[in-house]
Write a protein that binds this ligand. Sequence first.
Ligand code: F6P
Length: 545
Amino acid sequence: MTTSTTRTDLWKDLRTQAARLHSAHLRELFAADPQRFAAFSVTAEGLLLDYSKQRIDGSALALLRALWQACDGPSWTARMFAGEPINHTERRAVLHTALRRAPDQPVFCAGCDVMPEVAAVLAQMRSFCQRVHQGQWRGASGAAVRDVVNIGIGGSDLGPRMATQALGACRVPGLKLHYVSNVDGAHLAATLADLEPASTLFIVASKTFATQETMQNAVSARRWLTAALGEAAVARHFVAVSTNLPAVAEFGIDPANAFAFWDWVGGRFSLWSAIGLPLALAVGFDNFERMLAGGRAMDRHFLTAPVDANLPLTLALLEVWNTDFLGAPTRALLPYSQSLEFLPRYLQQLEMESNGKRVDRDGRALDHPAAPILWGEVGTNGQHAFFQLLHQGGRLVPCDFIACREPDQPLPGHHAKLLANCLAQSQALMLGKTLTEARAELLAEGIDAARADTLAPYRVFPGNQPSTTLLLPRLTPYTLGQLIALFEHKVFALGVLWNIDSFDQWGVEYGKQLAGRLLPMIEGKAAVAGLDASTAGLISACRAC
Ligand code: F6P
């Protein structure tokens, strides 16, 4: 069976457009239209999105925009913002936008206005941050907090970790943030090696408070702390963020030090909730609120901007074009900002956990691939690693460049070089270099004609590699909020266009189930039985050492 989306005439028309544009070279598109940059770029909310280097033209774009209407995009958007349970497999609302909404604008979930609860937790976070920053929150032996360790994984780790790095320029002095996620004991052990129990605060962050990795790390951290300071110290050194407050209490964390959030906040959308507590500690609550304001501005933009000037929607439509019509199985995310070092990892969860799906909203198998494989690295580092393949590897890899006009760390001499590299890469990927140009270049270097003929093929670049460039004025809490919400809405819009539920993650569950079954066998508490030969062989090998 196929999805209704693919059956539409629009989808067929788009295939025809793709066949037409498949052989067109971006060089030719630019040569044919000197206004191409103006026609295929949007400036909104202070952000500039240049998508003129995408293999798209006006006719294809018009069809893609019509697809959004045909998929009832505006009505799905209204339903999400209104708190309807659009995550239908889990029967949950998708209301991360309520976390950054103006407090005087009610939003109802199952008949209840959620805004008072949101405001109450934000107030609790503000007060906690103040107490820690002003040295009023003391450890069991009276020491002020110097190190905060966030224990969480996935959405309970990647967002605050990414944002803490991104906003390094706003760091509150005297407080160091650490993030532990992996169940590999090496992660926790390496983090604790340099810390003093007396001045360390742990945040156990888990929506479910049942995730194996997080609970194991929390138990080990607690053992480390109590070995030095005794059981009674737990209340002064552990706080928790969760939707599962009974489990928090059972772990021994004082309910007064538990920060709640709600099942209508998806893990990968939870940075705006109390999951952002380590970030708020790192950069101060005022900066956390500025980030919320940036997210709120992007919500407004997504809701109100017309289709042709809508940043998240434009990114989503380009992704559908590249993935489903040009056949690109992957996309590279290339932030030219060291501060955005963790953005690729964060977006991997946001995009691939949301839209890496095989069935549509009616449970029918998709007949077209959904989310592309996202990967990436900061520029200029990536240039010296995998860019060779982007230029000459013969694969179609759409690239997202992200850059800031102004640096967040103004060391003289650096930023112009960073920008020059970013722009040069998207230009080179677009233009390429012909055999004639390569040969002429070699001759101009003084190389003789015979050798130039030999070497020229090595210096040919096919070009025509599509890219977008997103230019931020500067990386600040506000623009970071805009950036994250921009990608969140892009993910949502893609779910609508692909007719999938972007808010469940059943694909992650199967591995967890099997790990639960294998654990007693690896620990030697159960017989190795009922397994395939490979898994049984590997378990025996693990047990032998
Ligand atoms: O990876 C699956 C997942 O459920 C994510 O969606 C979530 O962010 C992560 O695990 C962590 O879950 P929790 O916050 O419940 O510990």
